[in-house]
Design a protein. Structure first.
Length: 345
């Protein structure tokens, strides 16, 4: 069974509500229609009903069991405005027109998520990352003890010999340009949690570098070494059944034969299913190279560090990717209260 089909199967048992701020984007409409038809939950499109229905009619998209909410006419608009005005950060900014802000679909959707009127949010198909991320970071509470908002991409490659039967969790590929030691450790541990949650397997986390166990030395390799030690400490403190090793070159992380030559005895080398990159350039480039050159199925970015699940899709994403991200976000919503009992209230 393919990775995403297993996600669909699990989500059907506990369908969720996913809000899509880009109600006028054809790819979003198609993904939302499929989400409903696959009985994964209720998709909620934001925008003017007449415009969305006209677009769906032109594109031949069925909107059966798809919700449509127009922020301008929603009965929740004054409630959301009031909640926005109560936030300390907005009081400090001396904002006088909260309505203008909340009418932005990204802010309205984020407020729906924070107030429990949606279980997850997916967007980004027609906008820059910052446009989607800013409202989420401003309105959604962070998880306890997670200071950094980051992201992970899930990729499934045809060659099942690598990763977890071809599935990899790769981070950070979309948010933090140059993570500190502490941020890199958090990214590693939280991505491991995502791997465990979505697949039910023991995460084997490779902290990647251009060096393996001291074969080269630079500020970059020293950062990875320090982050590995700190992540290992967090894993022990939280009693997580994770394996982690670093610094590792990517060939040592993936190939058992090379792993035996370079770092014999490692519980991760040659078997990694979670790949943590030292900075955003390498992570973003690698994930896109694998997606296109290896013809991998790619789902992400899945945001990490927010108390409510959300996903950001690439502006180049096709509807199947958007559907997959929505399903992953929905499945995350099922277990968020169990995983983070202090952070999702």
């Amino acid at each position: 069974m393919k990775f995403i089909e297993s996600i669909f199967q699990k989500l059907r048992r506990h369908p969720k509500r996913i809000v899509f701020p880009e109600g006028n984007e054809p790819r979003i409409l198609r993904a939302a229609s499929q989400f409903a038809s696959l009985q994964l939950g209720t998709p909620i499109l934001l925008g003017k009903r007449a415009e969305i229905e006209a677009l769906a009619n032109r594109e031949g998209i069925l909107l059966d069991h798809v919700g449509i909410v127009d922020p301008e006419t929603s009965s929740d608009l004054p409630i959301f405005c009031e909640r926005l005005e109560q936030l300390d950060r907005y009081k400090r900014m001396a904002i006088t027109d909260s309505k203008t802000i909340i009418l932005n679909p990204n802010y309205f959707g984020a407020m729906m998520l924070q107030c429990g009127q949606a279980d997850g949010l997916v967007g980004g198909a027609s906008m820059y990352s910052s446009t989607l991320l800013r409202p989420l970071i401003q309105l959604i509470k962070p998880l306890p003890n997670v200071k950094t908002i980051s992201s992970a991409t899930v990729l499934e490659i045809p060659n099942k010999e690598f990763g977890e039967e071809g599935v990899f969790f790769m981070a950070d590929c979309g948010v933090v340009p140059d993570p500190t030691v502490d941020q890199l450790a958090i990214i590693a541990v939280e991505t491991g949690k995502m791997c465990r949650q979505l697949m039910g397997v023991r995460p084997k986390i490779a902290m990647l570098s251009f060096s393996t166990r001291g074969s080269a030395k630079s500020p970059s390799t020293e950062k990875v070494i320090a982050a590995t030690a700190l992540a290992r400490q967090r894993i022990m403190q939280e009693s997580l059944e994770f394996e982690i090793d670093g610094e590792l070159q990517v060939d040592a992380a993936l190939d058992p034969i090379i792993a035996q030559r370079k770092v014999a005895g490692s519980t991760v080398a040659g078997k990694a299913n979670v790949l943590v990159f030292p900075e955003l350039n390498s992570g973003n480039i690698a994930s896109k190279l694998i997606h296109y050159l290896a013809r991998a199925e790619s789902y992400g970015q899945i945001l990490i560090g927010l108390a409510k699940p959300a996903g950001e899709v690439s502006r180049g994403a096709v509807e199947e990717e958007i559907l997959g991200v929505a399903a992953i976000v929905g499945l995350q919503a099922i277990e968020y209260r169990r995983l983070y009992p202090e952070g999702v209230a």
